[in-house]
Every structure is written in structure tokens, then in C-alpha cells.
Design a protein around this ligand. Structure first.
Ligand SMILES: N[C@@H](CCC(=O)N[C@@H](CS)C(=O)NCC(=O)O)C(=O)O
Length: 244
């Protein structure tokens, strides 16, 4: 199968959770909006896919994925689809439901990370909502990061098949997302993470383990991996990296 991923070309954002799965699973795929407009790619192609009035099941927002005749959106939904196909999901139904449950929790967390710099409206610039962002950041760094990471750490520690991965004894798309969460938080909130990381040793070790998976390491070293920047979900604004 040859997949087409549609996501904003200049950022990791939510698309990165899908890119990591495609790369770790050595899938053949095109990152359509990063291709030239001359070849039918670029942002116009991304927008066309959402505006196409003939689609009975249109995506609301990127990322979305085309796999032959199938068109699916919502990051966790895309990963639920790709997981078994790329051998990045548990084999049994209970395991797959558990993976999806964890991924939905990742989606909640990612939404909150986004809302730190855009607490009022996505249609406003960060500079237009800075005061509210500062207030929100204090709660995010002080309460929400520890709560979410504490939960993921607990899940990892409770894995009966060892603490190497979140589920069972082999990497799944959830582990890739854990890597991305730690990497993103380190970029956006370095002071906070320096303070908190000692409380989450298994999660920090998981980040290293995933980073060293051969397909992931090759991807991270390639120009396909976009650098974190202040247009994405994880943004580094020092004034928001409040640490008690
Ligand atoms: N719940 C969706 C959220 C999708 C989403 O918010 N996509 C962003 C980019 S990361 C977007 O372009 N949203 C446009 C909009 O909400 O109007 C997911 O997890 O995929």
C-alpha cells in the first residue's frame, strides 16, 4: 500500500504522530503538502481534500490520510488504522483498544499543550492572547504536565511484560507518541522538564529507547524531520516556561 499523508508542511504538529508511525513502520508514503504544487502537492492539495464537496466523508482538519479508497482523519483514528498494518499495534482486540485509549489520552494532552499558547482563539495570534497564555501556562506546567506524565509513567511501570514499552514487549504507535510528547515538552518547556523528569524515569528511558529504534533514528537524522518551531503545537516561549 502506498499512503498519502496530508498535513501542514512547515510544522511537526499533530501530523508528526502519523509521520513517526509511517517512518517506524517503513511505509511507502507521500507527505503531500510538502511536495511541489507542480507535482500536485503543496497546501492547495491539502485544502482541496477538505473542501471537496463530492466527498461523503470529508475530513474536518489535518492530519488526514489516504490509503487507496479510504480517507480518514483524526490523529488517533489514523493511528488505529495504521497500527496493525505497520506492525505497530498489539495483536489482540483488548490490546488494540488499550492502545487507542492511550492515544486518545495523548490527543487530549496535545490539545492542552496547544491551548497554552492559544487559550482564547486559534484565529488570534499568540501576541494577542499573551496575558491569558501566561495564566494558562502556570496551570499547565504546574498541574497538567505532571498529571499526564504521571499517568503515562504509571502505565509503563505497570506493564506486566516489562517496562520497555507501554503495551506488551514490542514498540507500538503509542510508544512513538510518548517519544514525541517528551521531545516536544523538552523543546517547549525545558526548565519545567528539567525539574519534572526525575519523577518519570521509565518515560525518559522510553524516549531514549524509541529514539534509537533504527527506523526512527534514520528518520530523525533525515531532512524529512521538520525542526520544532513557533508555528507548531510545542512552541518555546520562555515566558510560558514557568517552573515552581
Ligand atoms: N482532533 C484532531 C485535531 C485536528 C486539528 O486541530 N488540526 C489542526 C492542525 S494540528 C488544524 O489545522 N485545525 C484547523 C481547525 O481546527 O480549524 C486530531 O487529533 O487530528
Amino acid at each position: 500500500m502506498h499512503y498519502q499523508l496530508y498535513y501542514w508542511p512547515g510544522i511537526q504538529g499533530r501530523g508528526e504522530f502519523v509521520r513517526l508511525a509511517l517512518e517506524a513502520g517503513r511505509a511507502k508514503y507521500a507527505d503531500v503538502a510538502r511536495q511541489s504544487q507542480r507535482s500536485g502537492g503543496g497546501v492547495p492539495a491539502l485544502l482541496r481534500g477538505m473542501d471537496d464537496a463530492s466527498l461523503k466523508r470529508p475530513p474536518f482538519a489535518p492530519p488526514y490520510l489516504r490509503a487507496g479508497r479510504v480517507l480518514i482523519a483524526q490523529t488517533a483514528n489514523i493511528l488505529q488504522f495504521l497500527g496493525p498494518r505497520l506492525k505497530l499495534a498489539p495483536a489482540d482486540e483488548a490490546g488494540r483498544l488499550w492502545a487507542h485509549q492511550l492515544q486518545l489520552t495523548v490527543s487530549d494532552f496535545v490539545g492542552e499543550a496547544h491551548d497554552v499558547h492559544h487559550p482564547i482563539a486559534v484565529s488570534l495570534y499568540y501576541r494577542q492572547q499573551k496575558a491569558e497564555a501566561r495564566r494558562r501556562a502556570r496551570h499547565f506546567t504546574g498541574e497538567r504536565i505532571p498529571k499526564f506524565l504521571g499517568y503515562f509513567e504509571r502505565v509503563l511501570q505497570a506493564n506486566r511484560r516489562g517496562r520497555a514499552y507501554m503495551i506488551g514487549n514490542a514498540p507500538t504507535y503509542v510508544d512513538l507518541s510518548m517519544f514525541q510528547i517528551v521531545a516536544g515538552l523538552r523543546y517547549a518547556f525545558p526548565r519545567t522538564m528539567r525539574r519534572l523528569e526525575p519523577d518519570f524515569p521509565a518515560l525518559v528511558a522510553l524516549h531514549e529507547r524509541v529514539r534509537e529504534l533504527p527506523n526512527v533514528a534514520a528518520y530523525l537524522a533525515s531532512d524529512r524531520r521538520i525542526a520544532f518551531n513557533e508555528d507548531g503545537i510545542f512552541r518555546h516561549y520562555p515566558e510560558l516556561d514557568t517552573s515552581r
